[in-house]
Design a protein around this ligand. Structure first.
Ligand code: 6PG
Length: 233
């Protein structure tokens, strides 16, 4: 499927577009991205008239911390959206990242996903929408350069040791990302420009975010002018 790239003068215009895309897609199942970029989108979505009772929220990745931790993606999404909109609690599937055993937490979430999607062994969930961000090192979700998770082709959700952070990150694997119906990747700021150029203009890029290729899904890149500033066209 061809990918689409949209460039905006300001982050706010990017988030407005992302919110409109979300509303237009009317996704049933959504995997939220973490970090800081999507927070503004989540706050904006909380003000929209969305059929919350028919929208089911999962997390593309999570830090190995309790949900109250400032690092928690759940905490960020909850503060910006999940506690601000009338979303039924049973529609929110939080990664049990408070479990000191990261592998057990990942396997528990994997079961949650399998059960929700009624998956048979070997099947992968097909999310209506997966939101992704891009790290300055080219990671996406918690698929970091050089991490074992990049090679995972069988599991759905794993604990992925990230050497540079001396911690485990919990993340969906490429087979899940590549099975999505829609992926929206968002990046803002000058810091991301070199990475965005490599991912979008170097066909042999080895960066993790460049390896996301949904066989039967739409990929939409939303960039502000700063993040797109190194692109040649
Ligand atoms: C996370 C995210 C991660 C994020 C990138 C970009 O857990 O951190 O899921 O993949 O999208 O690191 O983060 P920023 O938006 O903060 O630049």
């Amino acid at each position: 499927m061809p990918r689409e790239i949209r460039i905006f003068d300001t982050p706010q215009q990017l988030f407005d577009s992302a919110a409109n895309e979300f509303i237009a897609l009317n996704p049933g199942t959504v995997a939220l991205s973490g970090g800081s970029t999507p927070k503004s989108l989540y706050s904006l979505l909380a003000t929209k008239n969305i059929p919350w009772d028919k929208t089911y929220f999962f997390f593309g990745d999570e830090r190995h911390v309790p949900p109250t931790d400032p690092e928690s993606n759940y905490r960020m999404a909850s503060e910006a959206l999940l506690s601000k909109a009338p979303i039924p609690p049973e529609n929110i599937f939080r990664v049990p990242a408070e479990n000191p055993d990261a592998d057990a937490a990942a396997r528990a979430y994997e079961k949650t996903v399998r059960d929700f999607f009624h998956l048979k062994p070997g099947e992968f969930p097909r999310f209506d929408l997966i939101l992704l961000g891009i790290g300055p090192d080219g990671h996406t979700a918690s698929l970091f350069p050089g991490s074992n998770g990049l090679k995972e082709k069988d599991r759905i959700f794993i604990s992925n040791p990230v050497a540079k952070f001396k911690t485990d990150r919990l993340t969906f694997t490429y087979p899940v990302l590549d099975n999505a119906a829609n992926i929206i990747l968002m990046a803002t700021g000058e810091e991301k420009a070199p990475i965005i150029q490599d991912i979008l203009e170097n066909s042999s890029s080895v960066l993790p975010a460049a390896q996301v290729h949904p066989a039967n899904g739409r990929v939409l890149w939303l960039l502000d002018r700063a993040a797109a500033s190194r692109l040649s066209r």
